[in-house]
Design a protein around this ligand. Sequence first.
Ligand SMILES: NC(=O)c1ccc[n+]([C@@H]2O[C@H](COP(=O)([O-])OP(=O)(O)OC[C@H]3O[C@@H](n4cnc5c(N)ncnc54)[C@H](OP(=O)(O)O)[C@@H]3O)[C@@H](O)[C@H]2O)c1
Length: 299
Amino acid sequence: MRRREALTLLTSAAVAAASPSMGAEAVQRRPIPGTKETLPAIGFGSSKVVSEIPKHGPAPLAQVLDALVAGGGSVVDTWPRDFANDRVFGEVIAAPNLKDRLFVTTKIDRTGKDAGLAQLKESMTLYKRRVIDLAQIFSLTDLETHWPTLQEMKAAGRARYIGVTVSQYELYPALEEFLQREKPDFVQMNYSITERRAEERLLPLARDKGVAVMINRPFMNGAYFQRLAKTPLPAFAADFGCESWAQFSLKYILAHAGVTVVLTETSQARHIAENLRAATGKLPDAAQRAAMTAFIDKV
Ligand SMILES: NC(=O)c1ccc[n+]([C@@H]2O[C@H](COP(=O)([O-])OP(=O)(O)OC[C@H]3O[C@@H](n4cnc5c(N)ncnc54)[C@H](OP(=O)(O)O)[C@@H]3O)[C@@H](O)[C@H]2O)c1
């Protein structure tokens, strides 16, 4: 194994050490670099279930959040888009059983300083949070305008952490250039067993710079499951405690030491529970990861 590869893979022992409970079944927690804070390594992307509130009401959202917390998770990524839906979302996350147990993010996706600031403040009002855990710029939208806004929000104590997101390869060069000159607390990027390009430059760079990394599109927004619909899980997956195709991608991602949290989007409580279990027990080693990519690339 090459030295760099060895350094960028987490052994199961190292991951278990990051867990406060040290229990085999506890969801692994990873440090936010430069802080004493850790986060559960699997989080929840809430866009789909929030957008479905008009159709199904708030119950599916509440059930997923209950399962998230019951399973040892806390991170909830959001994308504020619709006032009415976001208001209901805010009521659900303000419930006494959830209020102090969630790490909640928000994003700016509008252009212009005033519009960006207004969007940030509106989502914080709707979420009933005077302080947001993480404020992000969605897909580098109007980056040069909004980055100073986020820095001001952090300085004023209204955002605990600040960062930027991408979810497409096209934005990788711009994110790399940003990371070379600025020091966000978090970056969010797409990475999975089927979209591995972040391994080449962005994950090592974020690690070198001490920036926490959230991963999006672990299942390519569901396309991953369609691709594998007729393929049985290979027997070797059991060697690292993998029960399903969802966990196959998640364990592959989590084995990269540059990853802090993987966001999984779902509207089903049983799916978030299954996803959280990917961050318990063993992770694949370098040889197993090579076998995983060789297998996937043939499907
Ligand atoms: N630029 C940005 O900032 C950006 C862009 C994209 C995504 N994101 C963030 O990343 C999150 C996740 O990425 P994504 O939206 O591409 O979605 P994803 O997590 O890659 O895929 C979601 C799909 O996977 C299914 N799924 C989830 N868990 C499953 C399981 N255990 N078994 C079977 N199916 C499962 C979901 O269906 P069910 O509902 O049936 O479970 C849904 O169809 C988003 O919610 C968002 O927070 C950010």
